[in-house]
Design a protein around this ligand. Structure first.
Ligand SMILES: [Zn+2]
Length: 230
């Protein structure tokens, strides 16, 4: 569905706004996506059996300073659905992932010694390149569905290499000081939102940048987390 245009070209300015593009994409999914993203069953974008696999089971990791919570293990149907959203642009599949994120938020809020009040949810930023490729920012869409005011308070401070295929140490080096806060925190409590937690390096860098700008960081939540992390 997506057409890649050189940035700044005349045609690029004709792109409809995000919301309209997402709606068009969802209509297209409904009309044409004839196989289940989880199992390949024909006739539906996600069959009932696969949707049942998305019942949250909270994964806890991170540290006391930065607790991480995800609603699902990044595996099986959850991984297939996230890939269908990110690689194939099937944004209609975001809705069935919302309970997983909500469970992660609830679990984090119930953790002892955590501030129960969260002022803002801050999505992990998406690189310009992947935004151009996908036409949407998944962490931003997820953040808007949490019921907590979203604030796009983070941006890339410099060009950062795509994290895919990098190991734990490489990811950490790649991201070091890679993010910058675009807003002042003034003591507000922020919750970081990402789609998938892999090594936790992105969330750690997001927390560092937010704290440097005066935010308190309650932790980070995601739809899914990979099973083994260092
Ligand atoms: Zn299925």
């Amino acid at each position: 569905m997506s057409i890649d245009l050189p940035p700044g070209s005349r045609l690029a300015r004709l792109r409809p706004p995000d919301g309209v593009r997402r709606l068009l994409r969802e209509v297209a999914d409904f009309a044409f996506a004839s196989v289940c993203a989880g199992c390949g069953l024909a006739g539906t974008a996600l069959c009932a059996a696969c949707e049942a696999q998305l019942v949250p089971g909270v994964v806890r990791s991170g540290s006391e300073a930065l607790p991480l919570r995800a609603g699902l293990v990044f595996d099986g149907v959850a991984a297939a659905v996230l890939r269908a959203i990110k690689e194939d642009g099937q944004t209609s599949l975001i809705r069935p992932l919302r309970p997983a994120l909500a469970a992660a938020v609830r679990d984090l809020r119930s953790t002892e010694d955590r501030p129960s009040r969260i002022d803002v949810v801050v999505p992990v930023p998406t690189s310009r390149a992947s935004f151009r490729r996908r036409g949407f920012r998944l962490p931003g869409i997820l953040a808007r569905g949490t019921g907590i005011p979203p604030l796009a308070a983070l941006a890339y401070a410099r060009r950062v290499q795509d994290q895919r295929g990098l190991g734990v140490d490489e990811r950490r080096r790649n991201l070091a000081e890679g993010l910058i806060a675009t807003h002042r925190g003034d003591g507000a409590t922020a919750l970081i939102v990402d789609d998938v937690i892999t090594t936790g390096a992105t969330c750690a860098e997001a927390a560092r940048a937010l704290r440097a700008a005066g935010f308190r960081v309650a932790g980070a939540v995601a739809v899914a987390a990979t099973r083994r992390r260092a």
